[in-house]
Design a protein around this ligand. Structure first.
Ligand SMILES: *Cc1c(COP(=O)(O)O)cnc(C)c1O
Length: 350
């Protein structure tokens, strides 16, 4: 049975071209700055994002942590979304390892942070308070691409308020493709940008933190302190080069596949899915948790993997074809047609 894995776009396996490039990679000691393949990847990423420099790191989590530690000192504060990866899903790393306190705020429905609420959260200059130094945005945020006009407003806001501005752009290229703009048109509003190679771009490992020469030099220092200095890392960077060179434009295919999946699911009576809300490679649907568990088990027996309970997230990627999503829709339809499983009886959550 072939598995259709919709849990995340992190599950892709490196392509034969990536494996060949990894095997053939020219390498050196990257802690000495001497790995030619890492250097090539960093230059390629900086060029694509229009920044002075970039540093290759182990993961998106490490990249965000390095950004926060490069922008902030002990006793400082960063503002981020309540559901932001860099606040909620990174083990509290900024506080644990950097002594930097988070100030979470709810995201707006479109994935932005309301600037009035951000302004109200900035602490006065007074010894009672942490020093608010940094604002972090996420793009895409739960599959939504932030409007470019909003980014320009945020950039002038942070300039006036003397905050640094970081973008967790784990899926920045999905946002760029969805909006039909170059990645640098998004990146130019930020002081630092993190991008993941190991999600929709299909590399096995790695992220890049991009920004000014000074910011990247500081991040490089913290990468070493945190044990993230890698040696002949060109074997990993080689796959990343292919990810950036070959797998950006094709993200449009993942977005089309996600839209097709949402349309198919929306046609199943009672299933709360909005195809018009699908901007990139994620489809969300909502079921009561007990029903979500039963559905997930049914799908798993048929080779389809999903994750989430209250909100189920289905993610398309390189290894999910149009035929795969048609099969997923058919199995969902079969499940909800079963005895006692009609959504009219179980209902959906609000
Ligand atoms: C996946 C992800 C990260 C971190 O990536 P890891 O490589 O898993 O550490 C950061 N931010 C967002 C929005 C992500 O989706």
């Amino acid at each position: 049975m072939t598995i259709i894995d919709l849990r995340s776009d992190t599950v892709t396996k490196p392509s034969p071209a990536m494996r060949a490039a990894m095997a053939a990679a020219d390498v050196g000691d990257d802690v000495y700055g001497e790995d030619p393949t890492v250097n090539r990847l960093e230059a390629l990423a900086a060029g694509m994002l229009g920044t002075d420099a970039a540093v290759f790191v182990a993961s998106g989590t490490q990249s965000n942590l390095l950004a926060i530690m490069a922008h902030c000192r002990r006793g400082d504060e960063y503002i981020a979304g309540q559901a932001a990866h860099c606040y909620r899903y990174e083990g509290g790393g900024a506080a644990v390892l950097g002594g930097v306190q988070p100030q979470p705020l709810d995201f707006e429905p479109d994935g932005t942070l309301d600037l009035g609420r951000v302004a109200a959260a900035i602490k006065p200059v007074d010894s009672h308070f942490a020093r608010t130094r940094l604002l972090c945005l996420e793009n895409t945020q739960a599959g939504k691409a932030l409007p470019v006009a909003y980014l320009a407003r945020v950039a002038s806001f942070t300039r006036v308020r003397e905050l640094a501005l970081h973008l967790d752009g784990a899926r920045l290229f999905n946002a760029a493709v969805a909006l039909g703009v170059e990645a640098r048109e998004i990146a130019r509003h930020f002081d630092s940008v993190s991008v993941c190679l190991s999600k929709g771009l299909g590399a096995p490992v790695g992220s890049l933190l991009c920004g000014s020469r000074e910011l990247v030099a500081e991040a490089r220092r913290w990468r070493k302190v945190l044990g993230g200095g890698m040696r002949q890392a060109g074997v990993l960077a080689a796959a990343g080069i292919i990810a950036l060179a070959e797998n950006v434009d094709r993200l449009a295919d993942d977005h089309a596949t996600a839209r097709r999946l949402a349309e198919g699911l929306a046609a199943i009576g009672g299933l709360a899915v909005d195809p018009a809300a699908v901007q990139t490679n994620m489809v969300f649907l909502c079921l009561p948790p007990a029903r979500a568990d039963a559905l997930a088990a049914y799908l798993r027996e048929r080779g389809i993997l999903i994750s989430g309970r209250e909100s189920i997230r289905l993610v398309t990627h390189l290894d999910v074809t149009r035929e795969d999503v048609d099969r997923v829709v058919a199995v969902f339809r079969e499940y909800f047609a079963g005895p006692g499983r009609s959504l009219a009886e179980g209902g959906t959550c609000s």
